[in-house]
Design a protein around this ligand. Structure first.
Ligand code: FAD
Length: 289
């Protein structure tokens, strides 16, 4: 089922995101966590795509196929074009479709200063146009990423939203946002996207904090702003890891409750492969969906 269809019921769509294990561990090292997440019955689970190489592609495909075929939950496989040529994108797409995967998140991927990017595609929208030009993928749902605070490379949020419109025009049917800790950014972005004529569902990406180092890593990568309330929480509990996890869960649940009250299309939970955290959040907000 195409994920964009799920939004047609008018009810908010809850989805999870997981990431494949490191090359040295097998897929089976995260199967138990994925199975536990699937038991929480999200509408779909997405699987991230590593920075290139066959192992990364195979792991993403195998985990997504397990979610779809063994757990009976709709799966979305991420795919990036920064390290893939046109031919390689077709190879990956064919391997996804042969495994029964019906949805992808089409991304450019982060540019690694030590790895020269491949040059067939400059932006995610170029890859979406390319995939959409092949009728054999007509039944594949395509989603794209969006950035409530603007993408780090864009000069302004307005410029980023104008570029985002290209992604939608190319054929993205749903958008998933980068994580944010201040809902005001999401509401402002959603309003501006609407004014720009972007009318497809936008799911809000929420990451419950589970450790100080995780937040530092994420913020360095994506540049999310940290509101005072959030900084106070991390400062207060950083030396008590269990307390920080509970505080992080409460913070994320509060963000989600506010988003749901404000009519958000969907919540995309960055689970960090942690079923405990996802279960707690679902317990707290499940009835609000
Ligand atoms: P693009 O949409 O190509 O945008 C990148 C930049 O180019 C932006 O600044 C944009 O404004 C600009 N731009 C876009 N189109 C145009 C245009 N036509 N003309 C001029 N400028 C343009 N990374 C991974 O490696 N693997 C993953 O699995 C992964 N999953 C992610 C999931 C989500 C929900 C999100 C939000 C991000 C994910 N990322 C992942 C990170 C993502 O790859 C990076 O944020 C990357 O830097 C941008 O990817 P994009 O698809 O948004 O790129």
């Amino acid at each position: 089922m195409k994920i964009s269809e799920m939004f047609k019921t008018g009810k908010p769509v809850l989805s999870f995101e997981v990431f494949p294990p490191k090359k040295t561990s097998g897929v089976e090292s995260i199967t138990a966590a994925v199975d536990e997440l699937a038991e929480l019955k999200p509408a779909y689970i997405s699987v991230t795509y590593g920075a290139g190489g066959n192992t990364a592609n195979t792991f993403t495909r195998d985990i997504a196929a397990h979610i779809k075929n063994d757990c009976g939950i709709e799966a979305m496989a991420h795919i990036t074009c920064v390290n893939n040529s046109k031919e390689e994108v077709l190879t990956v797409m064919d391997s996804f479709t042969e495994a029964g995967i019906e949805n992808i998140l089409a991304l450019r991927g982060d540019i690694n200063p030590n790895v020269p990017p491949k040059t067939d595609f400059s932006h995610a929208s170029d890859m979406i146009t390319f995939i959409r030009s092949h009728s054999k993928y007509d039944n594949i749902g395509i989603s794209g990423a969006c950035y409530p605070e603007g993408h780090t490379e864009a000069e302004s949020l307005t410029e980023d939203i104008i570029n985002l419109r290209e992604k939608v025009n190319a054929g993205a049917e749903e958008l998933i946002s980068q994580l944010f800790f201040d809902n005001a950014f999401f509401y402002d972005f959603r309003e501006k996207a609407k004014i720009a004529g972007i009318n497809i569902p936008i799911s809000a990406g929420i990451m419950p904090v589970t450790s100080k180092s995780q937040i530092e890593r994420m913020v360095t990568m994506c540049g999310a702003s940290l509101p005072q309330k959030f900084v106070r929480m991390v400062t207060k509990y950083e030396s008590r890891p269990d307390a920080l996890i509970d505080a992080g869960i409460a913070y994320a649940a509060d963000q989600i409750a506010d988003l749901l009250s404000s009519g958000v299309d969907g919540i995309h939970l960055y689970t960090m492969n942690n079923p405990y955290v996802a279960r707690k959040i679902v317990d707290m907000i499940g009835k609000l969906l």
